[in-house]
Ligand binder design. Structure first.
Ligand code: FES
Length: 105
């Protein structure tokens, strides 16, 4: 099962096993981690699931135009910014590590 490490705004680090087919956002929300709000429930329309992908970027599909457009409005966006609801884990994923910004609320 893929493993995702979440570094939260308070500096805490959580490593979770997230089943294939679920998103990085699902892993966070289902384990009640704070920081990824996911207001729209994963339909790529809110940007409150913004993360910085520190490791494992190549694992995921390239962002769609819709995702890139939303990221333009995400506070503090960087080149490694992604919407975590669009990051679907697959079999054979390498280690994935994300930082959750403190601006998702
Ligand atoms: S949960 Fe709304 S865009 Fe990801």
């Amino acid at each position: 099962m893929p493993s995702v490490t979440y570094e939260l705004p308070d500096g805490s680090v959580h490593q979770l096993d997230v089943p294939c087919g679920q998103s990085v956002m699902d892993g966070s929300v289902r384990n009640n981690l704070p920081g990824i709000v996911a207001e729209c429930g994963g339909s790529c329309s809110c940007a409150t699931c913004h993360v910085f992908v520190e490791e494992g970027q190549s694992t995921f599909d390239e962002p769609t135009g819709e995702e890139l457009e939303l990221l333009e409005y995400a506070d503090g966006a960087r080149p490694n910014s992604r919407l975590s609801c669009q990051l679907i884990l697959t079999d054979g994923c390498p280690q994935v590590r994300v930082t959750v910004p403190d601006t998702n609320g």
